[in-house]
Structures are given as structure tokens and as C-alpha cells.
Design a protein around this ligand. Structure first.
Ligand SMILES: O=C(O)CCC(=O)C(=O)O
Ligand SMILES: [Fe+2]
Length: 888
């Protein structure tokens, strides 16, 4: 269990220097490591069995980064230098435009023994994980052998630690030996340059005012051994959310557990969030040349299994994962790498004309080029100053607005569901999607599940029914080649159909080849959920298809009281008109979750009252809850729901399935919810209790009984009383505006202008941010008609044509122009705490976002605690009561 801590524990590993470690020492060390990895997840190791010292490793590191940028760019991965052949190993430059909060350059090497003719180099992927290392010219850099030696020693140390971990988990010491074969371990030299501050333009600082050089993340793999210099800046998050400094302790290295190892251990080990503060800015008098040579250096060594290695949990339960596949999936969110799916995304923009996209590509290309110019370093820091400006320049696509309303979803016009309307297929078949923050794929109901296309109550309840035989553009796919997010729970069941089809976004154009997943008729239908999870294929398609400027989204669920009001989803921004005037967004980290169901928008309720009466027991440490509009209601643990039922005098015979009240006995209290950081909201009585709705005698959805009221509080009791998914459902978002910025690892809540603001028109306001998706700033994505090779040729051609200072001057001119534009644009201001120019929080080793993916891997490798996402009855909705899903 993760704990709070004031500093990292220290483990003395001097015994590992001995040729044969005694059984007693093995047992004592494995116990100590078990203790630290099951609590802090991080430790200092001292008395290291390494032949090289701290000074030596940093001497080599500084020597590497002191090379000319030109020399380093010769080693750049293909995604940065299209004419290079190395795809995985090598250099990556800082990405100030794409990633100002991860401002670092790096050089990565793999196993020194990897040869060009390595038979395990897979050829079917663009990124070749098992490729050999690349090196600077031997005359310029004579440290190759030194680094090879450092690699080998760190690999041996990692292997020793792994054997201790095997013992600590009750396994033989050689239990993980298979991981060593063709190990993909990575030694990464890192340089975090100093960052200039500029009051006028404003730094992109974190919520707590901290400027970061590496945003909060967990490492994705097995085990990390980190050498850091004496600059300081590494911070580790404890269980209470406090960032605990982990400065350099002389003679130590830092060790920490990665996500995959946490899974392998059955979550006994913890992968702890960490971040790096930006090195202090240089004093004002320092010239840019002097200061650019300083900064922070660190050298993480990531222990990684072989590409073909099958990883499974120590309990042997659950599904296994092939490491190479796991890595490729993770890599899609690492900014240093291009998408390695090998497949060109199928979605095509049709809302805006291709010219807009072309303009974006050109601009992006220009900056990618700038990174490659020899004189880059001369204005590198100047560029860093202007980053927020540049990022906002992607705003030429307005935000995508999608109304959340009652929608007719059956062909005869009788099946009605409340949701966000999307049309699927050619011609469009209408669906009403309920926003789902715990989903990543757009999954819809197969009309066969409802028996017939005129089964209105079934089709209405499931938000629509798709008939593939009626779509001219339907194109079935196989999972491995499909371009959706291959992380949702349905992936493991085989009971789904993966396909692509045209999707229309209300009046905002449409996207071809949109990835969809449909229930096969075997399993029965599921409510259509609009995926707004951290790896949402919907958000990605909207941005890459050119219909939204960024993946940031704002959501207001509208009101479903007696006089309902439509809600609005804004992709690439938020609706300023729905945020209560002069209120700020309170931010929360997108992070790990403790709920059974993976939930990126998890909060902790610390106080809950109804009519000022306590619903939580005194002294309770809080209840974790998921902001998930897929559930309409507040879904509470049985104790709380029962107390609510008692306070409101509901009809006991129906409880726990329903909480109904005679309209003449309308309860009068409001509900108040306080979250762990003090954010408090009141849910008014007028919304909390609403007239009963359902299908009327004509099959239409309507108020069916105006003498009965229903409370929007449900009991989350399940067959297993430990399965508690507390949800702040759609109604929570009637009173609170939700703004989600996954690339930044944050979401925000602000008091919403609720039902009383019917007459206020939406004011969609763009928030432009680089996406965390495959990095277009390095190699532009193909335009719809381009093949991937054609697009890289374009880059090459432009690179050849633009040379030296002329380009530099032109680009600086462009910067000034964009700066001017931005100043004009920003007069409206942005939500104060969610930085509109969000950086990309992804380091090579997973990010906080990836914790979400990893959590799906929990489904793939279930442990006793984490039940399968898909329940035996085939459905796992938070709110398994279909009629309640559609309302007015
Ligand atoms: O530079 C550091 O101290 C930490 C780097 C890190 O966490 C990473 O690269 O994953
Ligand atoms: Fe890390």
C-alpha cells in the first residue's frame, strides 16, 4: 500500500558486491526491498556494486551533451530527422514547442551487443525496438566503451535486484530470468536545460506554481535505476498527494518500480508518481550561451524485458502481455516517438478544408526544421520564451460543440434517448451517446440485440442500434489493425466487432474511417458511451480529423429537472458561458485510482450532507468517487444511500432499486458535497428529485407519472459488497463545469451556471494545446490523401530548401506575428488554473495518463482484487437500469 513519507528510504546493498550472496543476506535484502516497494515505491540505494562513480557517469553525460547540435542531430531518431535510419535508439532534442514542461534532450542506448542482423528485429513496425545503438563520430566522442560498460553494470545490478524481488514475492530467485533474453533495457542520458523566465509572457507553471522539466508520471516498465546530479529537482508523490523532494544523496542512486512490475506483483509493489522541477533560471546577467550549457543532468536506466518476452503476473492469473506489444502501445503517448501502429489513421477531415490542416502542418514543419538548424542553439532559449505563444497558434480550428439533448434514435422516430447525437454510417444512423469518462472506444449497440429495428424501448435505452447492412461506408476491421484505442475492456472478450465508418458530428462536419466497436449479437447491447477517457479514440479522431483544435474538453450536462435544458460538450475548449462568472477552476490531477473501475477523473469526497445532515460517518477518511456522466445519478455505497433514503422518507418497499416519493411528500433538502481539496458544491433539491419518466403508451419517452418523484441517488450495492464504484454522475455536472486537460494531466471543476441560465447562449472558447498523440511537430502526419512516405518526402524537401539564418530570421518574424495575434486573442482570458497552452506531460517512461492504460492491463491480468471489467452478465455499466438512461 502506498504511504505518506517525508523522505525516501535508504537501502544499503553492499552485500550485493559479494560473489555469493548468503541466504540470510538475500532474505534480509529482499524483505527490505519488499517493504520499500510496497510502500513508497522509491528508495535510495547506497554502497553500490558498481565500478564507476557518480562523477564519471556525469562526466560522460556532459561530454555527450556538449557536442554540437548538428552532431547530436545526426544521431536523432528518425521521427526527428527523417533521413536517419535509427528509429528507437539515439538522440532526441528538446521539444520546446510541443512540450515546454518536459524540456529535456536525451540520448538513449540499448544493449551494446545488439547487432544489425539481430534476428529478433521485427521488420513489420516502423520503430524497431531491437535495433543497434548509434554513436557520435569516435573523434568527437570517445566515451562509447565507457557507456557500454555502464550499461552492462546497471543491467547486472537490475538483474540482481529482480532476483531479490522474485524471492520477496515468494518465487525462486531465477523467476524473472526469462526477461533477460534480448532485454530491451535502455540507458538514457538526460539534460534538462535551464529555463528562462519571462514575466510578461508568463511561464507555463504547474497548478501549484511550480515550473517543471518533467511532468508527473509513473515509469511504464519494470524497474528504474536513476543517477542524478546534485542540482536537485526530483520529487516523488506520496499517498497524500504531497510532493516529497528526493535530492541527490551522495553515493546513492534512486530505484523505483514501474507500472508493469506493479501489475506483475499483483499490485503489491507500487509505481509511484514522480516529477522533476525545472533547474533554476540563470541569473539575469548570464548570457544565453553560458546558461544554455548548464542545467540538470540525470541518467535513468530502465530495465526492460525482451521484445518477445511474455510477461505475466506472479500469481499466474490473468492474461499475459508480450513486452514489445506493451511497449509499442505505451510509446504512442511518448512525445519522443511517432505512432508506431504501422497503420495510417483512417479518419479524414471533412469539416474544415484541407488548407487549414496544411497550414498547421507547414507551421509545425517550420519549427521541426528549426530544431535541426545548426544555429538552433543560438535562439533556442529565445524560442522557449515564446512557447506559449506558439502553442496557441494552433487555434485556427474553432472548438467542436456537441449538444447533449433528447435525441430520436429509432427509425420510426419513437425511441428517444438523452445524449450527444452522432450519426454513424452512410447514410447516418442516429445515436445518442452519453459522455463516458471511463471509456476510450466508441462502442455502440448492434441493432440485432434489440430483435428488431422497431423495438423502441430497447433502442432508446441503448442510445441507438446500428445496422451495418444499411451503411455504404461500413468497413469491418480486425482488432490488431483497427485504429481505435486498443485498451478498453471489450478488447479481451472477443465478443465485439471492430469497424470503421463515417461519423457525423451534428452540424460540424464528419470524419471518415472513424473507429467504432459494436457488440456482437451474442452479448446483448450496451448503452452507447462517448469515450472521453485518457486514451479516447473519439478525442483523437476529432483532433486528427481536423474538427477540433485540441483534445481538451469542457462538459456541462445540462439540466434534467422539470424544465430540462440541453447540455454541451466542447472539444478543444470549454463553454465560458456555463462557468459561473468570476469563478476559477479548481484543479485536480488525472491520476491513479483506487476504484474498481478505472477512472481518470477520480476525486475524494470528504464531506457529504443532505439537508445539513451528515451522510458520512464522522472521522471517515473520505470516499473515492468517479466523475462519470455515463451514470446519471449519484451512486453511493449502501450505507450512504440507505441513510439518504431514511432522511428523505422514501418508500422502503422499492429500496434499494428505486427511491420514489409521492409528489405531495417531496423531500425538501439539498445535498452538499465537499471534495478533498475543499471544493464544495450544492445539488439543489429541484434537480435531485424529478418526476418519473419512461416510455408512454405510444412508446415515446415522457413523464409517465407526475405524482411520483424519483431521487437521483442510487445504491452501488453489487453481488460482491466489496465492489463499490461510487460515482458522481451526470447530475453532478449540472452544477459543476468540467474541464479536462489530459495532455496536462489535470482536470478542473468550477461552479456551473446551472438550470437558471437557459437563456444564456454558449460561448465556446478554444483551448489550444499540442496533443499528446503521435508527435506531428517532428514529422507531420500525412494529409488524408498522402501516403506516409509522401509526407516524409515533403519534410525532406522543405528541409533541403530552407537553410540557415534566412530561415531563422523568417521564423523569428513569424514568432513576433504570432505573439501579436495571441495578445489580441487573449483579451478574453482563459480559465486561470488550467493553462490553455498545455504542455504534453509524457515522458518516455509512462505518464500519469498511462496509468489509465495500465489499469486496463489490470483487466488483462486480473488479480483477485480486480474483477474483470466485463461481468459475467456481459454488462458492466455503473448504472445498470436502462430506462433511467434516457430522459428529458
Ligand atoms: O531526471 C530525473 O531525475 C527523473 C527522470 C525520469 O523520471 C524519467 O525519465 O522517467
Ligand atoms: Fe520517471
Amino acid at each position: 500500500m502506498a504511504t505518506t513519507f517525508a523522505s525516501l528510504p535508504v537501502v544499503d546493498i553492499r552485500k550485493l558486491k559479494e560473489r555469493n550472496v548468503s541466504d540470510d543476506d538475500t532474505s534480509s535484502l529482499s524483505k527490505q526491498l519488499y517493504d520499500v516497494f510496497s510502500t513508497t515505491g522509491f528508495a535510495y540505494l547506497v554502497n553500490l556494486p558498481l565500478s564507476f562513480g557518480h562523477d564519471e557517469i556525469f562526466k560522460v553525460t556532459q561530454e555527450f551533451f556538449a557536442l554540437d547540435l548538428e552532431e547530436k542531430m545526426r544521431l536523432a531518431k528518425k521521427s526527428f530527422s527523417p533521413t536517419n535510419t535509427n528509429t528507437y535508439r539515439g538522440y532526441f532534442p528538446t521539444q520546446p514547442l510541443l512540450d515546454p514542461d518536459n524540456l529535456k534532450e536525451g540520448f538513449e542506448i540499448g544493449c551494446p551487443d545488439t547487432k544489425l542482423d539481430n534476428p529478433s528485429i521485427s521488420t513489420q513496425h516502423r520503430v524497431k525496438l531491437s535495433e543497434p545503438n548509434v554513436w557520435p563520430d569516435a573523434t568527437a566522442f570517445q566515451m562509447r566503451q565507457k557507456l557500454d560498460g555502464i550499461y552492462r553494470e546497471l543491467q547486472s545490478l537490475a538483474i540482481q535486484i529482480l532476483s531479490l524481488l522474485a524471492v520477496s514475492l515468494g518465487k525462486p530467485s531465477d523467476f524473472f530470468n526469462a526477461w533477460m533474453k534480448d532485454s530491451l533495457s535502455t540507458l538514457r542520458l538526460l539534460h534538462y536545460p535551464r529555463v528562462f523566465r519571462n514575466e510578461e509572457i508568463g511561464d507555463s507553471v504547474n497548478v501549484d506554481g511550480v515550473k517543471l522539466s518533467c511532468t508527473p508520471h509513473t515509469d511504464s516498465g519494470i524497474l528504474t535505476l536513476l543517477h542524478q546530479d546534485a542540482t536537485g529537482g526530483l520529487e516523488v508523490r506520496d499517498a497524500s498527494g504531497t510532493w516529497v523532494p528526493a535530492p541527490y544523496v551522495p553515493g546513492s542512486i534512486v530505484v523505483n518500480i514501474g507500472d508493469l512490475m506493479a501489475k506483475v506483483s499483483g499490485e503489491r509493489f507500487t509505481a509511484t508518481m514522480h516529477r522533476v522541477r525545472a533547474p533554476p533560471s540563470p541569473p539575469p546577467s548570464t548570457s544565453s550561451r553560458e546558461s544554455s550549457s548548464a542545467g540538470r543532468y540525470s541518467v535513468p536506466f530502465f530495465f526492460e524485458p525482451g521484445e518477445n518476452c511474455v510477461i505475466e503476473s506472479v500469481s499466474g492469473e490473468g492474461e499475459s502481455v508480450v513486452y514489445g506489444e506493451h511497449l509499442r502501445m505505451k510509446m504512442k503517448t511518448w512525445v519522443e516517438f511517432m505512432d508506431d501502429s504501422g497503420s495510417v489513421p483512417l479518419w479524414h477531415p471533412t469539416r474544415r478544408n484541407a488548407r487549414v490542416n496544411q497550414r498547421r502542418l507547414e507551421r509545425i514543419t517550420a519549427f521541426a526544421l528549426m530544431a535541426q538548424l545548426p544555429q538552433f542553439s543560438a535562439f533556442h532559449l529565445a524560442l522557449a520564451l515564446l512557447l506559449p505563444v506558439l502553442a496557441s497558434a494552433q487555434c485556427d480550428i474553432p472548438p467542436l460543440t456537441l449538444v447533449w439533448s433528447n435525441t430520436t434514435v429509432s427509425q420510426d422516430g419513437l425511441g428517444v434517448a438523452r445524449g450527444i447525437e452522432l450519426g454513424i454510417g452512410s447514410p447516418h444512423q442516429i445515436f445518442a451517446f452519453r459522455p463516458a469518462t471511463t471509456l476510450n472506444n466508441t462502442r455502440i449497440n448492434n441493432v440485432l440485440n434489440c430483435g428488431s429495428a422497431s423495438n423502441d424501448s430497447c433502442i432508446g435505452a441503448l442510445g441507438g442500434g446500428f445496422d451495418p447492412s444499411k451503411s455504404k461506408s461500413y468497413s469491418v476491421s480486425i482488432k490488431s489493425q483497427w485504429n481505435g484505442s486498443q485498451v478498453d475492456a471489450e478488447d479481451s472478450t472477443g465478443a465485439y466487432v471492430y469497424f470503421n465508418d463515417d461519423v457525423g458530428f451534428q452540424n460540424n462536419g464528419h470524419v471518415e474511417g472513424f473507429p467504432l466497436v459494436m457488440d456482437s449479437e451474442v452479448f446483448g447491447g450496451s448503452q452507447a458511451g462517448l469515450p472521453l477517457g485518457t486514451n479516447s479514440s473519439f478525442l483523437r479522431a476529432a483532433v486528427q480529423g481536423g474538427v477540433a483544435p485540441s483534445e481538451v474538453f469542457g462538459l456541462w450536462s445540462g439540466s434534467r429537472g422539470v424544465q430540462p435544458h440541453d447540455g454541451l460538450l466542447v472539444v478543444g475548449g470549454y463553454d465560458r458561458a456555463r462557468v459561473k462568472p468570476s469563478s476559477n477552476f479548481t484543479t485536480f490531477p488525472v491520476g491513479k485510482w483506487s476504484l474498481e473501475r478505472a477512472c481518470p477523473l477520480q476525486v475524494t469526497i470528504t464531506n457529504l450532507t443532505y439537508a445539513n445532515l451528515p451522510l458520512m460517518t464522522a472521522g471517515s477518511s473520505g470516499i473515492d468517487a468517479c466523475i462519470e456522466p455515463l451514470a446519471q445519478r449519484f451512486v453511493f455505497p449502501p450505507k450512504i444511500a440507505t441513510m439518504f433514503a431514511t432522511y428523505t422518507g422514501q418508500n422502503g418497499t422499492l429500496y434499494p432499486n428505486k427511491m420514489w416519493y409521492n409528489v405531495s411528500n417531496r423531500p425538501t433538502g439539498d445535498m452538499s458535497i465537499t471534495l478533498s481539496n475543499g471544493y464544495t458544491t450544492t445539488i439543489s433539491n429541484a434537480e435531485l428529485f424529478a418526476p418519473l419518466r419512461g416510455s408512454d403508451k405510444n412508446g415515446r419517452y415522457a413523464i409517465t407519472n407526475d405524482s411520483v418523484l424519483e431521487a437521483f441517488v442510487a445504491d452501488n450495492r453489487k453481488a460482491n459488497p466489496d465492489d463499490v464504484d461510487t460515482a458522481l454522475g451526470g447530475m453532478f455536472l449540472t452544477f459543476n463545469y468540467l474541464l479536462v486537460n489530459y495532455p496536462k494531466g489535470e482536470f478542473g471543476l468550477a461552479p456551473a451556471v446551472a438550470a437558471d441560465a437557459k437563456n444564456i447562449s454558449p460561448d465556446p472558447t478554444a483551448i489550444c494545446t499540442p496533443t499528446n498523440r503521435p508527435a506531428p511537430t517532428q514529422t507531420p502526419r500525412p494529409t488524408p490523401s498522402d501516403s506516409p512516405s509522401k509526407s516524409s518526402t515533403n519534410v525532406g524537401a522543405i528541409a533541403g530548401g530552407v537553410v540557415g539564418g534566412v530561415a531563422g530570421i523568417a521564423l523569428l518574424g513569424a514568432l513576433a506575428f504570432i505573439l501579436f495575434r495571441r495578445r489580441r486573442k487573449t483579451t478574453k482570458g482563459m480559465p486561470s488554473e488550467l493553462d490553455p497552452q498545455s504542455p504534453v506531460p509524457v515522458s518516455r517512461q509512462a505518464s500519469e495518463l498511462m496509468a489509465h492504460e495500465m489499469s486496463y492491463n489490470i483487466q488483462e491480468m486480473p488479480t483477485s482484487r480486480h474483477a474483470s471489467f466485463r461481468k459475467p452478465d456481459g454488462r458492466d455499466e455503473i448504472e445498470p437500469q436502462p430506462p433511467a438512461y434516457h430522459d428529458q
